[in-house]
Design a protein around this ligand. Sequence first.
Ligand code: SAM
Ligand code: SF4
Length: 330
Amino acid sequence: MSAPLADGFGRVHRALRLSVTDRCNLRCRYCMPAEGLPWCAPGELLTDDEAVRLVGLFARLGAGRVRVTGGEPLVRPGVAGLVGRISAVPGVCEVSMTTNGVLLAPLADDLARAGLARLNVSLDSLDPDRFARVTRRRDLDRVLAGIDAALAHPGLRPLKVNAVLLRGIGEADVLPLAEMARRRPVVMRFVEAMPLDADRAWRPADVVRGAEVRAMIDARWPLIPLGRERPSDTATRWRFADRPGGALEFVSSVSEPFCATCDRLRITPDGRLRTCLFSDEETDLAGPMRAGAADAELERIVRAAVLGKPAGHAIGAGRRVERPMSRIGG
Ligand code: SAM
Ligand code: SF4
């Protein structure tokens, strides 16, 4: 067994977020511009073989909890096959996915069969007009159908629903979204908007903070804190006082940073390693791999990059990130 992937602050890395495309079929305001972005050329994207090889390398080094993301992962042709191959990699202990859900209904069966264990579906509003205002597409019904299809698979539980609320739009969505966690077997997560939008419109004052959302829900349905599921988790968990099921989570990256316990690494769709979502430092893995680097050489590059991982971020103070979220992998 290899030595764990530790950084200079003693944090050991167990989780890998693999972005399989930078493309997307929505245009969420906090992520992409209306006209989209200059997409990676097909030859720049990691192939399935390259992605599986990198997953194998990280899994051998102890980072075997893999989340497939994007861009929108379900727009990558053959993504269920790739999930199946990743699930079969020795050392991979869990494969999960974050998706906007638009293409989920027809793919949920294939993904569950391929070994996907957990699913996060992003959904910012249950109101068709507000959904369209945030995502710039009228696809709410398709996302809801995707959630229904995923809930039909007991293997895909817990199903988590991620909402990013924008100041001036999202406040009206807090109670309807929280109520969904009371009536359906989903965990509702409220994620603070981070300065990862390609439009560079993010301002600290626009963040609807987790504490504010929690207070709104608590005033209607009192909440009980449950703490974090794992110390390295990004989310704090809560439940409704009047019922045992129905959990809520808050990912308050801006107002309550959790860098000290971070165990996550990211691979961009073009095969670069990012040790921190908020640092602009990237380490090319696709280039050396295509130039014929052996696994031992890739391991040396990865270990050096992880050792240089920064202690934390300063986004609450207004620092921005150059590469937008859709090109990193959320
Ligand atoms: N397209 C998929 C989706 O939306 O679920 C996966 C990729 S997306 C980048 C992953 C997650 O990041 C989504 O839940 C999305 O809401 C979130 N996200 C994107 N931009 C964000 C931002 N600026 N601040 C906070 N969360 C963001
Ligand atoms: Fe697409 Fe996800 Fe970004 Fe929305 S958050 S534009 S769905 S990548």
